[in-house]
Design a protein around this ligand. Structure first.
Ligand code: ZN
Length: 132
């Protein structure tokens, strides 16, 4: 069902402040920045091998990322697994009693379709399914 880790989401208060560490000091390839209005975040993607780091900066105090930063400070926010067929993956998880935040896919950054598993079902790690 899962093919690889597509990306790891990292909550930051400022992409501009975080970017030099990932791009210049760690030497990752910066793939671009995009606002995801639905999620009230700006997203910056950095490639590392087959996977990416997704920096998430809130664009509004009501953003889920703003609430995360308030509670936890900056840090790892979620792990995103790549799937070939997101509807089938959601259906399979639900069949097994897994709670989903998103029972139908929504739009993610860079044209992806995503769905989050409920943290109650994923043992403390916010888990995203991602179809590219
Ligand atoms: Zn993500």
């Amino acid at each position: 069902m899962l093919s690889k880790i597509n990306h790891i989401g990292v909550a930051v208060s400022s992409i501009d402040e975080a970017l030099p560490f990932y791009r210049d000091q760690l030497g990752m390839v910066f793939k671009g920045r995009e606002e995801v209005a639905e999620q009230k975040v700006t997203v910056a993607m950095l490639q590392v091998g087959e996977s990416k780091i997704e920096l998430l900066e809130p664009t509004s105090p009501e953003s889920p990322i703003a609430r995360f930063l308030e509670k936890n400070g900056p840090g790892v926010h979620h792990v995103a697994y790549e799937v070939d067929d997101i509807e089938a993956a959601i259906a399979r998880l639900k069949e097994q009693g897994v709670r989903m935040i998103d029972e139908t896919p929504r739009n993610g950054a860079h044209g992806t379709r995503i769905a989050f598993v409920h943290p109650k079902s994923s043992i403390g790690v916010l888990t995203e399914l991602c179809q590219v």
